[in-house]
Design a protein around this ligand. Structure first.
Ligand code: CTP
Length: 433
């Protein structure tokens, strides 16, 4: 019978931080997680199979060509039977082997044979972490959906200082518990069935896409947003029965069926269109609104004058539409959801952004170029409310939209088959537990 506990396969590699893996195992088993382990040959120089076995209560796997295991294709079974694979510590060598897809030991073979989400917890010397080879390997792995915890800045065992220190076991355990939370990966997010229409009777407003801020009649300031996530959310809300107004900056996307689409160019126009679409019950601001606009756009094309310096562009701040929608008052939507596009300290920045903007929920996403998220078809997000956060594994933007609509439906406490016209007010801190 399948063990009902969430299950982690922990791959312990060779590094001075390997001893922390023991503490991690203890924290996970205390939280009811089944932990099975693979100890690499180098890992076994730092921790013993016996200590791992004692802490996990499970046999430790070490060899690819083990006669006892391999007659059952042990590496295939190990790669499939877990909810999450955690490589901890993930050494520079291991990251390189993962990026290259090497399978000449048990850990490599398991990582290559798996379709289970993989989390890596790097630990290495600062120069190894900053080396272009490691940077490229990390980017390759991140693009394939591997998530990373750490490394942290600090003094390392080699007495050098900088990024490379392995995160503390408590933090790793938190990230693992977040990843294990049953926040259904795509297959578990059924698209809301139109027949049920749990959001029927509610009005929703979605902002999407970039804004274009004119410099002159032919040039503008913009960003890389495709609008896909916002369009997917508008579509999912409409399929769930909400009356949806989509305020979109310039995109090439077709309007989702059943959605009222208003196209705008600039942040100022987007704000005006949002105000015109009020009141609404639910506002989801996904637009990548330009933070600044040109102070004085000109109506004639700026010409190059031979020998003259390039023109300097004076900028003024744009209105913050999300903060504007989140202001307390009778016109405030009952649920305001923002997005946080971040490149550094994603979660912390998003937590602060949620408070600063005053929205109920914020969905953090890592938009560093190597994630391919901005402009791509997939997203990996963390939903942050006033009371907690949920990390969702990498999935299609459609699946993120469906997941969000399910959370919205739950927040409005609407049974999937009820008409949904008479919904209770949300608690002030957003999603009820
Ligand atoms: N947003 C908005 N109006 C703006 C800027 C942002 O409505 N003028 C909204 C976005 O739609 C998103 C959220 O605010 O829901 C956060 O946007 P983001 O670009 O991540 O943050 P900024 O507010 O621009 O802050 P920073 O650039 O400092 O990260």
């Amino acid at each position: 019978m399948k063990d009902a506990r969430p299950s982690v396969l922990l791959i312990v590699c060779g590094g001075i931080a390997a001893f922390k893996a023991l503490e991690l195992v203890r924290r996970l088993t205390e939280r009811g997680v089944r932990v099975r382990t693979i100890l690499t040959r180098a890992g076994a120089r730092f921790v013993t199979p016996l200590s791992l076995q004692a802490l996990t209560g499970e046999r430790v796997s070490e060899e690819l060509f083990s006669l006892t295991d391999e007659h059952e294709m042990g590496h295939i079974a190990l790669s499939r039977g877990s909810d999450l694979i955690v490589v901890c510590p993930a050494t520079a060598d291991m990251l390189a082997r993962m990026a290259a897809g090497l399978a000449d030991d048990l850990a490599g073979a398991v990582l290559l044979a798996t379709d289970t989400p993989v989390m890596a917890v790097p630990a290495m010397n600062v120069r190894m972490w900053l080396h272009p080879a490691t940077r490229a390997n990390v980017a390759t792995l991140a693009a394939r959906g591997v998530t990373f915890v750490g490394p942290e800045d600090g003094v390392m065992a080699c007495h050098e200082t900088g990024p490379g220190r392995m995160s503390e076991p408590a933090m790793i355990a938190d990230a693992i518990m977040d990843a294990l939370r049953p926040v259904q990966p795509p297959v578990h997010f059924p698209v809301p069935r139109p027949a049920l229409r749990p959001l029927h009777g509610l009005r929703a407003l979605v902002t999407a896409g970039p804004t274009h801020e004119p410099i002159d009649p032919v040039r503008y300031l913009a960003n890389r947003s495709s609008g896909r996530q916002g369009y997917a959310i508008a579509d999912a809300l409409a399929q769930a029965g909400a009356a949806v107004t989509l305020i979109s900056g310039p995109t090439i996307l077709p309007p989702p069926p059943g959605v009222t689409l208003h196209r705008v160019e600039t942040a100022v126009q987007m704000l005006a269109a949002c105000d015109a679409a009020m009141p609404c019950d639910i506002a989801v601001c996904t637009a990548a609104v330009a933070d600044w606009r040109i102070a004085t756009p000109v109506t004639s094309k700026i010409k190059k004058t031979p020998g003259a310096p390039p023109p300097s562009l004076a900028l003024v701040p744009n209105p913050d539409i999300l903060a504007h929608m989140s202001r307390p008052g009778p016109a405030r939507p009952r649920l305001v959801v923002g997005f946080a596009a971040e490149t550094d300290d994603v979660r912390d920045n998003a937590v602060a952004k949620r408070k600063r903007k005053g929205c109920d929920w914020i969905i953090a996403n890592d938009v560093r170029a190597q994630t391919g998220i901005m402009g791509g078809n997939e997203n990996e997000v963390t939903l942050i409310t006033a009371t907690g956060s949920e990390h969702w594994p990498r999935m299609s933007k459609d699946a993120v939209a469906c997941g969000l609509v399910r959370r919205i439906t739950a927040a409005f406490d609407i049974a999937p088959d009820s008409p949904g016209t008479d919904t209770p007010d949300l608690p002030p801190d957003g999603v009820p537990a």
